[in-house]
Design a protein around this ligand. Structure first.
Ligand code: URA
Length: 240
């Protein structure tokens, strides 16, 4: 748990709303490490002992893991100074201090994970972790054997080579086609840039899988908790 203002700490501890906690602090009912504190802005850390009316505040440090089916039109950020729609608008009520694991472009749909567990975030985004990410894309043409070869060989993106990737054609629609792409990293706009390198424009992009976690039939804009089984299959929870 990071350092935070006293009223926020108390609110997390289930004492009352932050506003109400400010009043309780001002009333001189709160001690930090045995010393009465009346200043709501006081910053406390996990090692501090906070008591209200002599009773210790217990912080529930519940770890949360969420899967969202992100619709197009939302940017992947925790806050936006231009007041645009963000993915955080879609997981309100799922828990405090959540943040996205990796990112999807504003116009990309599909599977986006969230957590409040820093270890999980690090685990999932570490370059050594070669977890598959599977996408469906609509492109303005049809792939060839050469495209498949280039995806396998990798592309020079952001100063390094991408890991071998795969691309398959799913179906054809007039001059366009639907392809399925499996990559192993999360470089910025990676799929679109790989397709662009092969001369294609991405008309639609959706992530449908990360490792063994499938988007499935989760409705657009909705979220659910990851199951223990899913966390285990990502290699994050030890087998019992
Ligand atoms: N690759 C992209 O180009 N965009 C995304 O949103 C995700 C992967």
């Amino acid at each position: 748990m990071e350092k935070m203002r006293l009223q926020k700490y108390m609110a997390y501890g289930g004492i009352a709303s932050r506003r109400k906690c400010e009043e309780i602090i001002a009333q001189g009912r709160v001690t930090v490490n045995g010393v009465t504190v009346t200043e709501p802005g006081t910053v406390v850390s996990p090692d501090d002992v906070v008591k209200v009316d002599g009773k210790a505040v217990a912080i529930k440090n519940e770890k949360i893991y969420i899967i969202l089916n992100k619709p197009s039109g939302y940017i992947t950020t925790v806050s936006d100074d231009r007041n645009r729609k963000t993915v955080m608008d879609l997981v309100k009520g799922a828990g405090e201090r959540l943040y996205p694991v990796g990112r999807l472009d504003k116009d990309t749909e599909g599977l986006l994970l969230f957590t409040n567990d820093g270890d999980f975030h690090l685990y999932m985004t570490h370059p050594s972790k070669e977890v598959d990410k599977e996408y469906i894309a609509k492109i303005d043409g049809r792939i060839t054997e050469e495209t498949k070869k280039r995806f396998k060989q990798g592309f020079h993106i952001d100063g390094s080579m991408t890991a071998p990737a795969e691309i398959f054609e799913d179906s054809q629609q007039g001059d366009s086609s639907f392809v399925r792409i499996i990559i192993h990293e999360g470089k910025k706009r990676q799929v679109k840039r790989m397709l662009q390198e092969c001369g294609f424009r991405t008309l639609y992009l959706k992530r449908i899988r990360i490792g063994s976690v499938l988007l499935g039939d989760l409705p657009k804009g909705k979220w659910r908790h990851l199951t223990k089984q899913e966390l285990r299959s990502l290699g994050y929870l030890k087998k019992e």
